[in-house]
Design a protein around this ligand. Structure first.
Ligand SMILES: [Zn+2]
Length: 413
């Protein structure tokens, strides 16, 4: 039942006061300099907004991509904020960010917004954003295959303890023949054949990078047609390298399932779509590998119920997040309520997936509001059944849902 106003206010106060551990983002430790994106232009050229702006643009795709970032930002601002109301979730996010920073987005123009951001000190701005979002830690997405990022890790730097690492291995699993050449260049004796010598060299590569970045988990984003078991490089590598590595290092493997890459290649990063995954693959992984831990999130709304039921069957599976196309108020509320009703607090309802630092503010502000409502409704139902929850109990729930259950699952409490 919907919680009454006073219960809702209590739960909102508690959820807002509980720091979140953001378990998946595309942000970087500030030591990476320009790789950590922030500011109004980056907010506007976010790929979510690019695809929405192209609903209105009449220009050829290439004209947009050939323009510089400032021009792209101006076009998007004009299309989505000036000529139309910014009511989509991603547009509203920009409004939430500006408002939280004390800027009235309706006063002034893009030039004055840019002036405000240009006056910020980057280090102080990181502190301010993390404070406004009430985020205690940010998990990055770290790819050894990224030529801009890898040199930073190889050289080494003083880590900001708020930015923790996750090892992303999409090119290894999804483009094995080209990954072989890269691994060879880095000194790993791989040939591309599916044999035990190659598996052990891939394990050495995973172990080296796990140690180098102190990876909390290993991750891959998978297409909707991913199958396991299967006669594919990905299935072979998972079975013979990733899972043995996970067991040896006590490291969880995260699967982000259901992305259809380059549905419209002309949109570049904004051109990916969604497909319904076969969760039989995840079921097989969980059942056949009880000593491995799996984190999973699904991009398709149609997979959400099945994922929650799988998590009831397999304690080595931890559902997380409302990802990308499911990161809208309607779907977050639906998915979070379903998970609370079927799993209690043993999952992680949200991660920000932020690509731009400032997005932490809106993603957590919006998600916390919905999480508080869903949680308050559960406690209202509980009260109606004869169990009145204390503030301390609700605070325990909030801690579990905002990172505590995740840390317990990873064994890093
Ligand atoms: Zn992501």
């Amino acid at each position: 039942m919907p919680a009454d106003a006073s219960l809702l206010a209590r739960v909102e106060r508690i959820v807002n006061a509980t720091p979140a551990h953001d378990i998946h983002t595309h942000l970087y430790d500030p030591s990476f300099g320009s790789l950590l994106l922030w500011g109004i232009d980056e907010l506007l050229v976010y790929h979510y907004l690019v695809s929405e702006a192209f609903r209105h643009f009449r220009m050829p795709y290439e004209s947009f991509w050939n323009a510089g970032k400032p021009t792209q930002a101006e076009w998007i601002w004009d299309a989505l904020f000036v000529r139309h109301s910014p009511i989509s979730e991603s547009c509203r996010g920009v409004v939430t960010v500006l408002n939280a920073l004390g800027i009235d987005p309706r006063k002034g123009d893009l030039a004055s917004l840019r002036g405000w951001f240009a006056g910020q000190d980057p280090a102080a701005y990181v502190d301010r954003v993390l404070g406004l979002a009430n985020v205690a830690s940010v998990c990055m997405t770290n790819s050894p295959f990224d030529d801009e990022e890898r040199p930073g890790w190889e050289t080494g730097f003083v880590r900001d303890p708020r930015f923790v690492a996750a090892l992303r291995i999409d090119p290894l699993l999804l483009a094995w023949p080209s990954a072989v050449k890269r691994l060879q260049a880095w000194g790993y004796r791989v040939t591309g054949e599916r044999n035990s010598a190659n598996a052990s060299e891939v394990r050495r590569f995973l172990a080296d990078w796990t140690r180098r970045i102190d990876a909390r988990y290993c991750m891959v984003s998978l297409p909707d047609d991913f199958a396991f078991p299967a006669e594919s490089d990905a299935a072979w590598l998972i079975e013979h390298a990733v899972l043995p590595h996970g067991r040896e290092h006590g490291q969880a493997f995260a699967l982000m399932m259901g992305v259809k890459r380059a549905v419209n290649p002309a949109l570049r990063l904004a051109g990916d779509g969604v497909g319904r995954s076969n969760l039989g693959a995840l079921q097989h992984l969980c059942a056949a590998n009880p000593d491995n831990r799996f984190l999973a999130t699904c991009l398709s709304r149609e997979n959400q119920h099945e994922l929650v039921v799988l998590a009831r069957k397999f304690r080595n599976l931890h559902p997380f997040g409302c990802w990308w196309f499911t990161n809208t108020p309607q779907f977050i509320a639906e998915i979070t309520s379903m998970r609370l009703e079927l799993l209690g607090t043993s999952f992680t309802p949200q991660h920000s997936d932020a690509r731009v630092l400032d997005q932490l503010v809106y993603k957590w502000n919006h998600s916390r509001g919905i999480l508080a409502r869903c949680l308050a409704d559960r406690h209202a139902d509980l009260a109606a059944s004869g169990w009145t929850s204390t503030d301390a109990e609700i605070a325990r729930d909030a801690r579990e849902l905002l990172g505590g259950a995740f840390a317990t699952f990873l064994g890093r409490e």
